[in-house]
Design a protein. Structure first.
Lengths: 63, 141
């Protein structure tokens, strides 16, 4: 699995998790938040919804 | 891809804050790190009411500058203490200590935090700077 960080010149950081689908990836973004600071926005990418719809995982409610 | 999160960097780690100040051109020997807050001085050497744990003395900030400090707050974060003069006046590094400076500082801090944390967790970490100034950090395992 891979974590991709874009660290902007204003200190703002975006994190994308690759290679982990569904709510399982939340632990990785939560870890990044612990390391860096405060999350200001969160969204699910298509892979998350694909798994959620097909019933492999249950969608979590965190936002 | 499965989740995308945006994070505002918060300065909490003194070692990485010092490293980030070094990235912006401050010599390590000019960055004071105190276990307890010490007084900051104004441009005439006068002691100010503000106190901070991490201090860069005024002669290393600019020709008519005040001391620049980072004061640890009750919640564990560091708050920059920068005089109005130094926020609008380019100093010895050629830039003013304004919001853009604090942004670049947070950027360097974030890269140091990410590299140290994820390397310790067994990830392969790479860093690249793009032409637009954005730093790309990849952590893989």
């Amino acid at each position: 699995m891979k974590l991709l960080f874009e660290v902007h010149p204003d200190g703002h950081i975006t994190v994308t998790v690759e290679g982990v689908s569904g709510p399982g990836c939340h632990q990785y973004t939560a870890e990044a938040e612990d390391v860096l600071g405060v999350a200001t926005a969160r969204s699910k990418t298509p892979e998350f919804y694909q798994h959620a719809r097909t019933g492999h995982v249950q969608q979590t409610t965190e936002q | 891809m499965s989740e995308y999160v945006e994070i505002d960097t918060v300065l909490t780690d003194p070692d990485h804050l010092v490293a980030a100040l070094g990235d912006l051109g401050f010599a390590r020997e000019h960055i004071e790190v105190h276990p307890h807050a010490v007084s900051l001085a104004g441009y005439r050497g006068d002691e100010r009411a503000q106190r901070a744990e991490i201090v860069i003395r005024r002669q290393h900030v600019g020709s008519s500058s005040n001391d620049l400090g980072f004061a640890r707050q009750a919640d564990g974060t560091y708050r920059a203490i920068i005089s109005e003069y130094d926020q609008r006046t380019p100093g010895v590094r050629g830039f003013a200590y304004d919001q853009a400076f604090l942004g670049r500082l947070a950027q360097q801090y974030g890269v140091h935090r990410l590299m140290t944390h994820y390397q310790a967790q067994g990830y392969r970490v790479s860093v690249q700077q793009r032409a637009d100034g954005v730093m790309h950090v990849e952590a893989e395992r």
